[in-house]
Design a protein around this ligand. Structure first.
Ligand code: NOJ
Length: 570
């Protein structure tokens, strides 16, 4: 294959993610919906994004807020109708934007017709899922009889016993999310047919949920155990299985992904730059880019799960992003993100969300991310500098992961305060609180009772306020997106990390031919001095972004101040 992906449209794009349940509620039931999304397309257009990634709106029992799909061809009445999706496609296309849907095909809901059929051992769908007998020598259904010792990502065993057939089915997520058996070619054909149906309807691509879990290593075998926990959490045992590349290639051809220039991003746990290179190389038709989790695990104790908090050491994060930049510099493509519906708000997680520093801090994190090479993602609310939910009791959490972790950690003897501390920083509900559009009742999100409480600060941090702020977070995101669209060096330039060991500063260059951009950011709440001797050319450089009264003092960065310079060439 040639280098045709080099200039493909989505390599210049900025993506905006909507978690529909929490974006805008049009009918007062407290849950966001498609008509709510439709009523805010101007917001996306004003921001300047190119692509909308919509988290699942398909028919679903909502055990995992739509990541448990019971009919891929239907829209859940909670969110609207197929006609609403058609209107969304048309509305976005009319504005020059694209629609990317969530593709959740590692598993279905246990209420999907495929699975209800599969429950019958005589059904020709039996082999569409992972049914296994009890462990040898164990009474089916008895303690320790699960076919392997795998833990589900949401707590407990990854196997559910089925009384009727005396067998177990695999569910890497909740027991209502049985894993599909991708070894079966009929499963794959059914998935590709469904994808084609959506593309034919006008959808421009897919965000592929946990896609590197679809190929399992056979035979399914026990994993390592973490002391204190009864089930194995060894992700590498279940991720990046031996047939993954083959399945991705097959899918690419069957759906015409490369041929039709569809947007694809594969969510991949336990993925390294080497994996990403293999799956996103422009020389092989597989995926457009992947979401890695490496940079999202730097604030947890190694080997432990995400709630075992560890303070972020800035050089670790800088180096990790640089590793990915270098690893995919010539082959493959990066996705760039801090937030999504599974990750907390970056300002609260890595920064300073106090009223004094919140705005500058949001701008600094945005600047460093958007100046890297790759496709940046903006998660709803990030563009107005939203912060974590601030929940203080376990009852405030709605997320199945939070509940599962609470049960599992309690059983392992972890005190409630420690569980709440972990959830307060990392819980997924932190990013799922409703989008505050205004300071009015219900934050302009709903006229009813929101399904999850609005942030306590919604009267201050909301879209109306952010848009009105001349030098605020919203304007800054618009500038960053404009810069990417205007400057080839932002899209394509080579990346070089400078001062990698500096614990306060994030400094790097992007270069394309003669053009060199220098990004300097103070990632602390104190003043920081720039080592001018190590940054030649800075004295006479032109400020491209971040010019302010403070920037006339070249050497000193204010707390969370970030600037982008163009170095004079020659
Ligand atoms: C990843 C999704 O982003 C997350 O929200 C979901 O719980 C799991 N995959 C299972 O589908």
């Amino acid at each position: 294959m040639d280098n045709s992906l080099e200039d493909v449209w989505w390599r210049s794009a900025v993506v905006y993610q909507i978690y529909p349940r929490s974006f805008a509620d049009s009918d007062g039931d407290g849950i966001g919906d498609l008509r709510g999304v439709l009523s805010h397309l101007d917001h996306l257009e004003a921001l300047g994004v190119d692509v909308l990634w919509l988290s699942p709106v398909f028919a679903s029992p909502q055990d995992d807020n739509g990541y448990d799909i019971s009919d891929y061809y239907a829209v859940d009445p909670l969110f609207g109708t197929l006609a609403d999706v058609d209107e969304l496609i048309a509305g976005l296309h009319a504005r020059g934007m694209k629609l990317v849907m969530d593709l959740v095909v590692n598993h279905t809901s246990d209420e999907h017709a495929w699975f209800t059929e599969s429950r019958d051992p005589a059904s020709d769908k039996r082999d569409w899922y992972w049914w296994r007998p009890a462990r040898e020598g164990f009474e089916p259904g008895s303690e320790g009889a699960e076919p392997t010792n795998w833990g589900s990502f949401f707590g407990g065993s990854a196997w559910q016993f089925d009384e009727a057939s005396g067998q177990y089915y695999l569910h890497l997520f909740s027991r209502k999310q049985p894993d599909l058996n991708w070894e079966n070619p009929d499963v794959r054909a059914a998935v590709y047919a469904m994808m084609n149906w959506w593309v034919d309807r006008g959808v421009d691509g897919f965000r592929m949920d946990v896609i590197n879990l679809i190929s399992k290593t056979l035979p399914l075998a026990d994993g390592e155990l973490t002391p204190g926990f009864p089930y194995s959490q060894e992700i590498t045992r279940v991720a990046n299985g031996p047939r993954l590349t083959e399945f991705l290639e097959e899918m690419n051809v069957a759906v015409g992904i490369t041929e039709r220039q569809l947007f694809t991003v594969g969510e991949m746990l336990a993925s390294t730059p080497a994996h990403a290179r293999e799956y996103t190389s422009q020389f092989h038709p597989r995926l457009g880019m992947v979401f890695t989790f490496e940079h999202m695990s730097l604030d947890q104790e190694p080997g432990a799960n995400k709630f075992a908090l560890k303070k972020l050491h800035l050089p670790d994060l800088k180096r990790n992003l640089a590793l990915w930049q270098d690893g995919l510099a010539d082959e493959g493509w990066n996705s760039l993100y801090w937030e999504n519906h599974d990750q907390p708000r970056v300002i609260s997680r890595f920064g300073d969300d106090s009223p004094r520093h919140r705005v500058a801090c949001a701008k600094a994190w945005a600047t460093v991310l958007h100046l890297h090479r790759g496709t940046p993602y903006v998660y709803q609310g990030e563009e107005i500098g939203m912060i974590n939910a601030g929940f203080s009791t376990i009852e405030q959490y709605a997320d199945i992961e939070a509940k599962g972790w609470h049960a599992m950690a309690t059983a392992a003897g972890t005190p409630l305060e420690a569980i709440l501390a972990g959830l307060g920083v990392k819980g997924r509900d932190n990013a799922r609180t409703p989008m505050p559009w205004s300071a009015g009742p219900g934050g302009g999100f709903t006229t009813g009772t929101p399904w999850l409480p609005l942030n306590a600060d919604a009267e201050v941090i909301n879209v109306d306020a952010a848009v009105a702020e001349p030098d605020g977070v919203w304007q800054h995101y618009r500038e960053l997106i404009r810069l990417r669209h205007e400057l080839e060096v932002v899209r394509k330039g080579r990346f070089e990390l400078l001062l990698p060991d500096d614990e306060k500063l994030w400094v790097f260059t992007r270069s394309l031919a003669e053009e060199v951009l220098l990004v300097v950011a103070n990632m602390t709440s104190e003043l920081a001095g720039l080592p001018m001797a190590e940054l030649p050319g800075l004295e006479d450089a032109e400020v491209v972004l971040g010019a302010s009264a403070a920037s006339s003092d070249v050497q000193t960065l204010q707390p969370w101040e970030a600037r982008v310079y163009r170095l004079a060439s020659g």
